[in-house]
Design a protein around this ligand. Sequence first.
Ligand SMILES: C[C@H](C(=O)O)C(=O)SCCNC(=O)CCNC(=O)[C@H](O)C(C)(C)COP(=O)(O)OP(=O)(O)OC[C@H]1O[C@@H](n2cnc3c(N)ncnc32)[C@H](O)[C@@H]1OP(=O)(O)O
Ligand SMILES: [Co+2]
Length: 133
Amino acid sequence: MKTLKIDHIGVAVKSIEEASKIYTELLGLEMHGVEEVAEQKVKVAFIPVGESEVELLESTDPEGPIARFIEKNGEGIQHIAFRVDDIEKALEELKQKGVRLIDEKPRYGAGGAKIAFIHPKATKGVLIELCER
Ligand SMILES: C[C@H](C(=O)O)C(=O)SCCNC(=O)CCNC(=O)[C@H](O)C(C)(C)COP(=O)(O)OP(=O)(O)OC[C@H]1O[C@@H](n2cnc3c(N)ncnc32)[C@H](O)[C@@H]1OP(=O)(O)O
Ligand SMILES: [Co+2]
């Protein structure tokens, strides 16, 4: 597996509209369009910065992972996504190494990416997303 860069930092927010002002008005960044990813019960918006992005995540379902995260932890950084060259290969390698995976197979991610999550229990408390675009 080749890990190429930090693709994005996922930030759980109650309102993308509200939170985006921090990045646009205060930091002078641009927010790209909002996209719904139904399978993850979220709406997302990307804010490019250098070779990475901030991904604002707003829940579309009170039972979704983002709603649950905010319920327990409040708004804030929810995951780090690493860009990999071959997500299937990466998952295979991690599985061989006995790493606890949330997704054994890639799922649909924003912008048509293939994504998969490693369980935070296996990574000392950081929810890691692998992302192939
Ligand atoms: C689409 C878009 C994209 O990029 O394309 C996305 O990113 S979608 C992004 C949204 N989708 C996802 O996050 C999908 C992957 N996430 C999940 O499956 C779930 O959120 C989960 C399994 C990480 C946690 O599920 P849960 O909240 O029901 O479980 P619990 O609340 O019981 O949490 C189990 C343990 O993990 C810890 N934990 C939970 N969430 C996180 C997190 N974000 N970062 C670090 N630790 C975490 C809890 O503190 C707890 O630890 P302790 O036991 O010590 O208290
Ligand atoms: Co993400």
